[in-house]
Design a binder for this molecule. Structure first.
Ligand code: DQA
Length: 142
């Protein structure tokens, strides 16, 4: 299967950024582990701090890959454009958040993405990405 993981703004700082909330591992290190766990699957990774680039990536891969794992980070709470892109594509999109956004500030409680995502995984740390991939593999049409 081909799965694309898309991370939004500031997630390039994982490991350095508020480690008490987001943990001490970089996403690149975790991605290496994921690729070892799933050698038979292709896991592509894209990170951007720009809303438009995330929209473009969802459009680019969303009609050909088997699934997208999306952590739109702060844009989750603000971006109609990213939600529209998720709604537009064929690939199932699993929304992931590392932290439990519902236990944090009120502005993090609403997600524009959730209503158009196949499902949502929140608050389980980096393991949320693995759970999303497991779901996509187990529920693929292939
Ligand atoms: C986040 C939660 C968002 O509220 C925040 O803006 C992020 C990361 C998470 O993975 O917990 O940047 O998406």
């Amino acid at each position: 299967m081909n799965i694309t993981i898309i991370n939004g703004p500031n997630l390039n700082l994982l490991g350095k950024r508020e480690p008490e909330i987001y943990g001490k591992f970089s996403f690149e290190d975790y991605l290496e582990k994921l690729r070892q766990i799933y050698p038979e699957h292709t896991l592509d990774y894209f990170q951007s701090n720009s809303e438009g680039e995330i929209v473009s990536k969802i459009q680019e891969v969303g009609f050909s890959v088997d699934g997208i794992v999306l952590n739109a980070a702060a844009y989750t709470h603000t971006s109609v454009a990213i939600a529209d892109a998720v709604a537009a594509v064929n690939a199932p999109v699993i929304e992931v958040h590392i932290s439990n956004v519902h236990a944090r500030e009120a502005f993090r409680h609403h997600s524009f993405v959730s209503a158009v995502a196949r499902g949502v995984i929140v608050g389980l740390g980096l393991a949320g990405y693995k759970l999303a991939i497991d779901f996509l593999i187990e529920n693929s049409q292939a």
